[in-house]
Design a binder for this molecule. Sequence first.
Ligand SMILES: *Cc1c(COP(=O)(O)O)cnc(C)c1O
Length: 421
Amino acid sequence: MKKHTPFPENGLEEAAIWQAMEYARQGDVDWRGGRLPGFYVHFANDEVDRVGKMALEKFHATNALGLSAFPSIKKFESEVAEWALSLFRANGGAASITSGGTESIFIAMKTAREWAKANRPEVTKPKMLISHSAHPAFDKAAKYLGVDVVRILPRADFKTNIDALKAALDDQTIIMAGSAPQFTIGVFDQIEQLAAIASSRNVWFHTDACIGGFFSPFAEQNGHLIPPWDFRVEGVKSISADLHKYGFAPKGASIVAFSDTGYQRYQVFDFDNWSRGRYVTSTFAGTRSGASIAAAWAVMRFLGNQGYRKIADQIWQVREKLIRDIPAIEGLFVYGEPELTVMSYGSKSLDVADIAAGLAAKGWYTVTPSPNPPAINLGILSLAFGEVVDAYLADLWQVVAQLTAGDNSFDRSLVGTYGAK
Ligand SMILES: *Cc1c(COP(=O)(O)O)cnc(C)c1O
């Protein structure tokens, strides 16, 4: 029998708690130092960070399950939802705040499946069609919801292979989705074309703008050509967009938005066969942090449209530098044509796993390269990375030079993972 560490009998002094926690985090990645290119932490600047943190603290005890007890949270959620719908160019529509991209995708898929039950009653084995680059959250949702998933291998430019998708589209298909952009190579799927195909077959269409949703509107205003992805596209019924990514809100906040308020009846869980009576929720959670909603409101209101435009411009400059300077390093190239702020690079001559190990050895938190195509994923999620991007490029140049010279002594065990294993 395995014995577990017993729960300590007595409490610790507060000072000892902080000491233990500071000690525990010695091994954590130095995200504020920018040594974390492309994963896990989005950061705009110290002021935005402080505003989010203070709002979390002020509203830490609130519960967004009880909106009548906390009208403040109700106001914050409805205003953030309104702002998001306006940024996503919805004409009408509705939006909810969830705990993250995975939950937003889940709620959109749940709504789509309920919609299909009402509107496609002939379907017995519901099926979802997505490109191979779509986030695993779609399969996670499909597993919970009893929907089959078919992932279509992409074209050479990493966008959806529409011919293959059409061949797979059958009378059981109830959902199609595209990414705007996808998380690794950074290209947008052909949302207009896909949504039109979906519409013509009475299939639900979802745009996954988890990463891009709170960046694209501002990049577009800054004059960049962003492929169509939002509610201006006919046939887009739902959008997922993470406030805790380019919304720069503290983690635990995302938007799931719908083109029509009529879909709320498929979204909402409304139940009354319980001893306490009626129980209604719009998202997966019961008890739900009001703090992360308050913090998302605070950050959005603090920055305003102009604040986001300025940050988007700063991030865009880092993107331009990376797209220009990475291919200038011997043998390296950027895959496809990244259309926003995430990209992936590979090497014509070296194993990217060795490059990743070299970067890790130089103190850059690096996750295992993606296997197909073999690539190191890089995104400007954080302007803390922007502050040290020149050092990153210099180290990358050195790692490649050392590997090219045949010195392959980097320790691969220092490389991390995306996900919990
Ligand atoms: C981050 C991301 C998700 C998942 O979001 P979480 O907040 O990690 O649950 C889904 N799709 C895309 C494109 C993403 O970038």
